[in-house]
Design a protein around this ligand. Structure first.
Ligand code: COA
Length: 649
């Protein structure tokens, strides 16, 4: 039974039981109407307590239903009938009440919260607004200011905050269902308050709405939903509950069908599927009590920080005392910066640093269950490291390389115990970026692969398994993306026009701005090395810029000029003259066409990657692009976007 009814004397107890999160799918909505009819008809009852089974009250509407037309009974109607019922309903809230779950609670006459309960309207994360009265009832309960923070600005509130705001009437000292029954009995002795939807709401005035709209639009970064939440809330506050509810439902339904919401739903499910590949079901990972990191550069320190942020003890190894000191200083800098930004307390930052043991050489890593190598991208150096680790570490310890381009089979070739070797490709800055590419070798054991996934989950990262190819999934697509941008340049499209188009699409920067930030010299050196080996690598515009001393931001110029201490790219006549010999006759290309050509190139490379079995699914490729390469989340990823456009014709 998804909705069950029991009786405690004259109080009915309705319990929702729809694992895993009691989502308000069609069966639950029907069940609610059925128990409503039963309780309304039972004249021996005086109130209804509504609770959720399992670890939370309700996680929201059923997101899995959103790709099909809405099915009756619709949630707003169910809630309107609960609100208008003869018997008062009392929500008993534990765990979380999110989205539709909070809206359901708002339709009840009273709300009783368990001590640790939390409340939010996270619909904007899915490109939506609350669709069942959340933007209308909430301001009538807690005021427009606080309601807007929850509905449009992702604010989550604790039980105590909810009590202070008036969102809940009581915080349970004991078991929430029992407390709610006792609360109901006491409440019945007093006159009932009006239903929430019938209560008055103060209008904070035009200036408030305008300021809030400006703030919300700025933070929304092109997303439509947050501002829509404000607009419908304002209608309800200014023109009344009925007008507001009609506007809310219409906007909700329109957003539900939008590309933005479809993209965000796609990622919601992809992100939840990623940590649990079917092939690893039931496979236990290696238990990690200490993790070693070899190399204290930007990448090694970032990985060490990510490990410490997740509470794992770390041993950081460098080749000499000076390098170790630099690595530890980098790490300390990361923790201190987090404390300065208020992400942790200074005490917590100190505790994280205290959990790092520095060691010179590799012998100090003997006690680690997993060692991640993050040294210079050089095959011989990496082989030397693993040759030593294979004898120093226990036979069951996992050995991982963070290489971004070198074939891990070459790195581990000939090593004893090949089943314990794996690639774990983090992205810089590793303490921030969510993506980890997990690269098994032909002999990697299921246990070791499961350890990679387990580690990613513990670090709060998004794991994507990749087969072995040059650049794995992400850098291979990046190379194709850059090559296509360069091909457009040769066709006469200006680099700044290409950058502007990709920024307009939602990237933080375009492909040429990105090269200036990362530095043009590294890929130049790769090309030069290949040429020295006799490979036919054609001259690129990047080669011309580097030869002219323009390596990017670090030299004050690359594709653009930069003023000292300022990262703003400025158009450069000099750069234009330098690359002119390789640029085609100037021509204009519409922004939409530039974007379409670059996305098509990425999707084509993604398809090749799928065809070769390097990635398991289009979703995995989209996760790589969104979490590792700045692809705008509201566009869903190159594979999703291309497929959606194709179905539209
Ligand atoms: N509708 C449908 N399925 C949902 C869901 C929802 N609202 N919320 C969660 N699920 C599913 C997940 O897809 C996952 O399914 P799976 O096990 O088949 O992969 C399962 O419930 C568990 O979710 P997960 O996020 O892994 O669990 P958690 O315990 O870490 O978090 C929540 C639980 C509810 C906090 C989290 O899932 C969440 O934030 N959900 C979305 C809430 C929301 O946006 N509600 C508004 C909807 S309009």
């Amino acid at each position: 039974m998804t909705v069950s009814l029991s009786r405690h004397g004259d109080i009915a107890l309705v319990r929702l039981d729809n694992p895993p999160v009691n989502a308000l799918g069609r069966a639950v909505r029907e069940g609610l109407l059925a128990v409503l009819a039963e309780t309304e008809a039972d004249l021996s009852l005086r109130a209804v307590v509504l609770a959720g089974a399992g670890k939370l009250f309700v996680g929201g509407a059923d997101i899995a239903e959103f790709d099909a037309p809405p099915q009756p009974p619709h949630l707003p109607e169910v809630l309107a009938r609960i609100e208008a019922a003869r018997l008062p309903w009392i929500a008993a809230l534990h765990g979380q009440a999110l989205g539709g779950g909070l809206e359901l609670a708002l339709a009840c006459r009273f709300r009783v919260a368990a001590a640790g309960a939390r409340f939010a309207l996270p619909e904007v994360n899915l490109g939506l607004i609350p669709g069942a009265g959340g933007t209308q009832r909430l301001p009538r309960l807690i005021g427009a200011g606080a309601a807007l923070e929850m509905a449009a600005e992702r604010r989550m509130v604790s039980a105590d905050e909810a009590l202070a705001l008036g969102l809940v009437d009581h915080v349970a000292a004991g078991q929430v269902e029992e407390d709610a029954v006792a609360f109901a009995r006491a409440a019945l002795d007093r006159p009932l308050p009006a239903p929430v939807g019938a209560r008055p709401v103060a209008d904070p005035g035009a200036a408030f709405w305008q300021e809030a709209a400006a703030r919300i639009a700025k933070a929304a970064k092109g997303q439509a939903a947050p501002l829509a939440a404000l607009e419908v809330m304002r209608i309800g506050v200014e023109r009344g509950f009925a007008a507001g509810s009609t506007a809310e439902r219409a906007r909700f339904l329109a957003l539900r069908d939008s590309d933005e919401a479809a993209a965000l739903r796609h990622l919601f499910f992809a992100e939840r599927a990623a940590p649990r590949p079917a092939a690893l079901r039931g496979v236990a990972p290696v238990a990690l009590s200490a993790v070693g990191v070899v190399g204290g550069g930007t990448m090694g320190a970032g990985i060490a920080a990510a490990l410490r942020n997740a509470g794992l003890p770390v041993v950081l190894s460098e080749r000499d005392p000076a390098a170790l000191e630099r690595g530890l200083a980098t790490l300390r800098g990361i923790f201190d910066a987090a404390a300065k930004r208020g992400l942790t307390t200074p005490e917590e930052a100190a505790a994280r640093m205290a959990g790092v043991t520095g060691t010179v050489g590799l012998h100090g890593l003997a006690g680690c269950d997993l060692v991640i190598e993050a040294v210079f991208e050089d095959l011989a150096v990496k082989r030397e490291v693993f040759g030593a680790l294979a004898t120093i570490c226990a036979p069951g310890a996992v050995l991982a390389t963070n290489t971004s381009y070198i074939d891990p089979r070459l790195i581990f070739d000939g090593l004893a115990g090949p089943d314990r070797c794996i690639g774990l490709h983090f992205f810089s800055p590793a303490q921030v970026m969510k993506l980890v590419e997990i690269i098994p070798l032909p002999d990697t054991s299921a246990t070791v692969l499961a350890t990679g996934f387990d580690l990613a989950a513990r670090l709060g990262k998004v794991p994507v398994q990749s087969g072995i190819c040059d650049g794995f999934i992400g850098n291979r697509i990046l190379r194709r993306y850059r090559a296509e941008a360069e091909a457009m340049l040769r066709d006469g499209v200006a680099h700044w026009a290409i950058d502007a188009a990709m920024r307009g699409f939602g990237y933080a920067m375009g492909p040429f701005e990105m090269q200036d930030l990362a530095g043009l010299d590294i890929s130049f050196l790769h090309r030069e090395a290949a040429r020295a080996r006799g490979e036919a690598v054609p001259e690129t515009p990047g080669d011309l810029l580097v030869r002219a001393g323009r390596k990017g931001q670090k030299t004050g110029g690359g594709w653009y000029d930069y003023a000292p201490g300022d990262r703003t790219p400025r158009l450069s006549d000099k750069a234009a003259r330098i690359v002119a010999p390789l640029a085609g006759p100037a021509r204009d290309m519409a922004e939409g066409d530039i974007v379409a050509r670059l996305i098509a190139a990425m999707a084509a490379e993604g398809q090749a990657i799928l065809d070769e079995g390097i990635a398991a699914s289009p979703q995995d490729i989209d996760l790589v692009e969104v979490h590792g390469y700045g692809f705008p989340r509201i566009k869903g990823g190159p594979m999703f976007l291309t497929a959606r456009q194709a179905t539209r014709g």
